[in-house]
Design a protein around this ligand. Sequence first.
Ligand SMILES: Nc1ncnc2c1ncn2[C@@H]1O[C@H](COP(=O)(O)OP(=O)(O)O)[C@@H](O)[C@H]1O
Ligand SMILES: [Mg+2]
Length: 132
Amino acid sequence: MTIPKKVCLQIPMLPDMELAATKTAEEVARFMQFATDSIDEIKMALIEGIINAFEHSKSSDKTVYIQFDMQDEELEVTIQDYGTGFDASQKNSIQLFQKRGYGRALMEALMDDVKYFTSPNGTKVVMKKRRH
Ligand SMILES: Nc1ncnc2c1ncn2[C@@H]1O[C@H](COP(=O)(O)OP(=O)(O)O)[C@@H](O)[C@H]1O
Ligand SMILES: [Mg+2]
């Protein structure tokens, strides 16, 4: 029997709770023998994704659902909320002086692949990071 290599976590939308997720990410990525820099990149991307769910999702269950899927050569991280979604086709505007609008660009720079699935029933972000 093959062991399913998934770690699931749900966190309440409360200040600093994203740190519960980054601690978990750290252990998962360490288990997969990611380089230290890559582990930090995964943690930063995860923080941005979670904070976006906290700040923008308007979810009524006030919970973010996170899944770490340990695949052979890559880690897949899914961040799901059951909020109201957004228009992902809109080009994201970076507002330099407000320090807003960097999160999504940062996630794309830090991870190898980032995909959004968003609808009025919520938003799912699926991010992948290869080990090498
Ligand atoms: N989980 C989410 N639920 C609803 N909207 C989101 C979500 N994630 C991102 N967004 C939308 O994408 C925009 C850009 O996110 P981001 O680049 O992190 O910038 P910022 O958070 O500073 O506005 C947000 O302003 C929001 O409209
Ligand atoms: Mg953001």
